[in-house]
Ligand binder design. Structure first.
Ligand code: AHG
Length: 335
C-alpha cells in the first residue's frame, strides 16, 4: 500500500469534515517544530544540550537545557503561523500571547514541550505532549481563564515520542492514529490507523517506590496484581515504568496495559492534588487513550469531565486498558 504522509492524512481529515483548514495548518506547524526538537534530542552530548539550564520552571522544578530549547522551538514555530490566539506551556507561568506583528487564529495550544526530561541525560525516551482548544469567540486577548475548558472540548491532542524512532500520535476525536518520522524524507508517515487498546491486560506501570504513601484502594488494587496466580485476580501481572509518560502511554497504545500516577499521602501533605498536570498531560493523554478504546480517570472521575480550575492544576492519572481502569476506579469510589 502507498505510504500516507501526515499532510495527506490532514487533507483527508479536512475532506471528511473532522477539522478545518486552520487546525490542519496548526498541526503541521506543531509537527514541524517537533521534528526540530527531535534533531536537538538526537544530537545528545554532541549538541551541548544535556544537563540543567540553571533555572526553575513555574512548578519550581529544575529546567533541563532541552526543556528550555523545546519550549522556545514550539513558541517560535507557532507565533507567526497565524493559527493561534495564544499558547500555554508547562514551562511558563502565564499564557503567551501572539505578538501583534503576526495574524491571530482561533485556537489555543497547550503543551508540555519535553515530558520525562529527567530521562534526557541517560538517553531514555522523552516526548512532547499537546492539546488544542478553541478560543472563545468574543475573546481577543486570551488569559489563563480562557484555557480552563474541560478535556471533552479538546479539538485535537497528540504527543511525539523521541525514542529509537520519532513517533507522532494524534487524535481529532475520530480515532487515534500513529505516524513515524521518515528521517531520510523528513516527513511523518502514517504507521497505524485507528489504534485499539485491548480491554484486558496483564501489564501495569506505576512508580512502586511510592507504595507506602498510596491510599488504601490503590494499595488493595496493586496488592492484588502483585499476588499473581495465588491472589484474587488469578493471573500473573508484569510491571514496567519508564518514568516518561509518553513512553509508558505509547507502550499501552502498542500492546495494552495500564498507567497509574495516583494521589498519595506525601503529595497531600504538601498540599498537592496529584503529580501530573491536567491541561497539557492528563487531558491530551486521556483524549488519545479514550479514542483508542481505553479509559482514563482520576480514580474517582473521568479525566475529560473535570472542570479545570488552574492552568497548571495537577491531578491523579489512571489510564489504559478499560477493564483494569474500571476496576481500580471502582475500588476508589467504593472506599
Ligand atoms: P518530568 O517532565 O518533570 O520529568 O515529569 C515526568 C512525569 C511523567 O512523564 C512520568 O510518568 C512521571 O513524571 C515520573 O515520575 P516519577 O519520577 O515520580 O516516577
Amino acid at each position: 500500500m502507498k505510504p500516507v504522509s501526515l499532510i495527506q492524512f490532514l487533507i483527508e481529515e479536512r475532506r471528511a469534515g473532522h477539522i478545518n483548514a486552520e487546525l490542519s495548518l496548526l498541526i503541521e506547524v506543531v509537527a514541524r517544530a517537533c521534528k526540530r526538537i527531535a534533531v536537538a534530542v538526537n544530537k545528545g552530548a554532541l549538541g551541548g544540550v544535556l544537563g540543567n539550564a540553571g533555572t526553575d520552571n513555574v512548578q519550581g522544578e529544575a529546567q533541563k537545557k532541552l526543556d528550555v530549547i523545546s519550549n522556545e522551538i514550539l513558541l517560535e514555530a507557532n507565533a507567526w503561523g497565524g493559527h493561534l490566539a495564544a499558547c500555554a506551556s508547562e514551562e511558563m507561568e502565564d499564557p503567551q500571547p501572539i505578538p501583534d506583528m503576526y495574524p491571530k487564529g482561533q485556537h489555543l495550544l497547550l503543551f508540555d514541550p519535553l515530558d520525562g526530561s529527567s530521562n534526557i541525560d541517560v538517553n531514555v525516551s522523552v516526548g512532547t505532549i499537546f492539546s488544542v482548544l478553541r478560543c472563545p469567540d468574543d475573546v481577543v486577548e486570551p488569559k489563563a481563564e480562557h484555557f480552563l475548558q474541560p478535556g471533552t472540548t479538546q479539538l485535537a491532542a497528540g504527543y511525539v515520542v523521541y525514542g529509537p524512532a520519532t513517533v507522532l500520535v494524534l487524535t481529532f476525536g475520530h480515532g487515534t492514529h500513529e505516524f513515524t518520522l521518515d528521517r531520510e524524507v523528513g516527513s511523518f508517515v502514517l504507521s497505524r490507523r485507528d489504534i485499539r487498546i485491548p480491554e484486558a491486560t496483564a501489564e501495569f506501570a506505576i512508580n512502586m517506590s511510592n507504595q507506602r504513601h498510596w491510599e488504601a484502594p490503590m494499595q488493595r488494587y496493586i496488592g492484588e496484581l502483585l499476588a499473581g496466580t495465588d491472589g484474587p485476580r488469578g493471573k500473573d501481572f508484569n510491571m514496567r515504568w519508564v518514568a516518561s509518560m509518553v513512553a509508558d502511554v505509547h507502550r499501552i497504545l502498542t500492546r495494552g496495559g495500564v498507567f497509574y500516577y495516583p494521589l498519595d499521602a506525601r503529595i497531600i501533605a504538601k498540599g498537592g492534588s496529584g503529580k501530573l498536570r491536567l491541561m497539557y498531560e492528563a487531558n491530551p493523554m486521556a483524549f488519545i487513550v479514550e479514542q483508542a478504546g481505553g479509559a482514563a480517570s482520576t480514580g474517582r472521575e473521568r479525566i475529560l469531565d473535570l472542570q479545570p480550575t488552574a492552568l497548571h492544576q495537577r491531578v491523579p492519572v489512571f489510564l489504559g486498558s478499560r477493564q483494569e481502569i474500571e476496576l481500580a476506579t471502582h475500588y476508589h469510589r467504593e472506599a
